[in-house]
Design a protein around this ligand. Structure first.
Ligand code: URA
Length: 241
């Protein structure tokens, strides 16, 4: 519980003294009821409005979604395509952490916690993202090594990656490759394979750090628990230099 004037001031809209004036002038409502008493105690679940504008923050939520194909990784889409946010039944202003292409499937986190999202996305924090790619053809030992040590895409060399050949299908002339990176450049995995002469036919993100898709069918999602969120936070923070 916190004093109402402190909650208003902490929201950044005004000073503590001005917040007191706003309360005394009848501009503040708590859960829809006008409050004119200084020092009224409110909790994070109480809705505080100043001049009709909600100012206190929502509780933080974190979801892991198994994104299907043909869903766009954004909050809205001007072409009316289904978005990852449409799938999740939550009124909070959640958004995806990073991006998966329209035709890429698999693990994506959604949250309303901006600090968490930034930590997860910053390449410096080295959060592993593991992808399974079905590619055309077969990787030569040299191409495998090149992918591991870094290739130039968009004029920048990619960081070291873990790359393993899971399966080669001579009949269809395709391979299944596991690739783990911690950057998130646009179309990074597809561009990495293109740069060594192989087209990606299918792409799925199988894991983000320790979060796998276990128990989640395509289009299903679950909330991350407190331990998972704090572990992700500490993974990111400990990697910071
Ligand atoms: N790399 C890609 O090329 N596409 C994705 O969706 C994710 C990583």
């Amino acid at each position: 519980m916190e004093r109402l004037q402190k909650v208003i001031a902490n929201s950044g809209i005004t000073s503590r003294r001005k917040a007191e004036e706003l309360i005394l002038n009848g501009k503040v409502r708590v859960n829809g009821v006008r409050v004119i008493t200084l020092g009224t105690q409110v909790s994070s679940s109480d809705k505080v409005e100043v001049d009709g504008v909600l100012i206190n923050k929502e509780d933080k939520v974190y979801y892991l979604l198994n994104k299907p194909r043909e869903v766009i990784t954004s909050v809205t889409d001007d072409k009316g395509r289904k978005t990852v946010v449409d799938i999740i039944k939550d009124d909070k202003r959640i958004y995806p952490v990073g991006r998966l292409d329209y035709d890429t499937t698999g693990a994506i986190i959604l949250t309303n916690d901006g600090e968490f999202a930034n930590l997860m996305m910053h390449p410096k924090n080295e959060i592993d993202k593991c992808y399974i790619a079905k590619i055309e053809g077969e990787l030569t030992p040299k191409e495998l090594m090149t992918l591991k040590t870094g290739v130039i895409i968009d004029k920048i060399k990619t960081k070291r990656a873990k790359v393993k050949i899971r399966k080669v299908d001579k009949k269809t002339n395709t391979s299944i490759i596991e690739i783990t990176i911690h950057e998130g450049k646009n179309h990074q995995v597809k561009k990495m394979f293109e740069s060594v002469g192989h087209t990606v036919l299918k792409l799925k993100r199988e894991r983000i750090a320790f979060l796998t898709l276990e128990g989640l069918k395509s289009g299903e999602y679950r909330k991350l628990n407190h331990k998972e969120v704090t572990t992700l936070y500490s993974l990111a923070i400990n990697k910071k230099v």
